[in-house]
Design a protein around this ligand. Structure first.
Ligand code: URA
Length: 283
């Protein structure tokens, strides 16, 4: 994030005053430390705002609550946002149209929590593997493409080593950067899911690679941690009865922090390519 301000009419004096320089320096310090989003003291429920906007458009959806793990309270009612997302996603006949529909969608609270733009997908739209990450980070938010920061570069190197470059279409469970890189909530993932499902329908991958715990749990609707889920095949069920094999793996951001875990991620990619290249399977 750039915090350098150019001279602005009427503000030049403030910008060059010692006080302004001190503020600028403090902001630069916080940005370096990863704090790049400002909040006011009073919390604002952006999700409720988005839902209210959609309700005002007289959408009458069936109630959808973000699934909550057993024993925890149900998430907020995001029915209206999910219904709107489904309708917009269903209209998209191409990936370009889907990207435009996501960018125009106002039902996900993340859109107004500091994200610069929607981040949809990159990679081969005819690839047999769809990799689904958690959500865009700062670099992705700035560039408008998923997995282009340090974690994404590691993911690319792993795909290259496994012979998967050009065989993967890459997207996320949510399409706007969660502030401060927090994990997206189940509600945010539920609201974005119709777009993800439409992407799966348009790309028609042979299998899903679920990158990280937040992706695996949301896509498979499971509660176990990623260290339990990783490396095992699951079946993803679409709303229209379609199924796909899905393999959870470790997130490259985790691998950057815990390099010793790379071996496990490598084994996961070998598990993936073994199934992909099994004789008789078109890839
Ligand atoms: N992490 C993710 O899960 N997705 C991205 O696009 C970038 C980092």
């Amino acid at each position: 994030m750039t915090l350098a301000f150019g001279p602005r009419p009427g503000l030049d004096q403030a910008v060059t005053s010692p006080h302004a320089r001190a503020v600028e320096s403090a902001l630069a310090f916080w940005a370096e430390a990863g704090v790049d989003t400002c909040y006011s003291e009073t919390p604002i429920d952006r999700l409720a705002e988005g839902v209210a906007r959609l309700k005002a458009r007289a959408v009458a959806p069936r109630p959808v609550q973000a699934a909550a793990p057993a024993g925890r309270p149900a998430g907020p009612d995001v029915s209206a946002a999910v219904a709107e997302a489904k309708a917009r996603a269903a209209e998209a006949q191409t990936l370009e149209a889907l990207a435009a529909a996501i960018a125009a969608f106002d039902g996900c609270g993340l859109k107004v929590e500091g994200a610069k733009q929607a981040v949809f997908a990159r990679g081969n739209p005819h690839g047999p593997v769809m990799a689904i990450g958690e959500g865009p980070g700062a670099e992705e938010d700035a560039r408008g493409e998923p997995f282009v920061g340090k974690a994404g570069q590691l993911l690319d190197r792993m795909f290259e080593a496994a012979g998967l470059t050009d065989r993967v279409f890459i997207t996320n469970t949510v399409f706007w950067r969660p502030p401060g890189n927090r994990t997206p909530t189940l509600a945010e993932q539920a609201v974005c899911a119709p777009f993800l499902h439409r992407a799966i329908a348009l790309v028609q991958p042979k299998m899903l690679l679920l990158v990280g715990g937040a992706s695996a749990k949301s896509v498979l609707q499971r509660e176990e941690g990623i260290l339990t889920l990783r490396g095992r095949w699951f079946e993803w069920h679409g709303e229209d009865g379609e199924t796909l094999p899905a393999l959870p793996t470790l997130h490259p951001a985790f691998l950057l922090r815990q390099p010793a875990a790379k071996k496990k991620a490598w084994l996961d990619l070998l598990t993936l390519t073994e199934r992909l290249d099994r004789p008789g399977r078109p890839g």
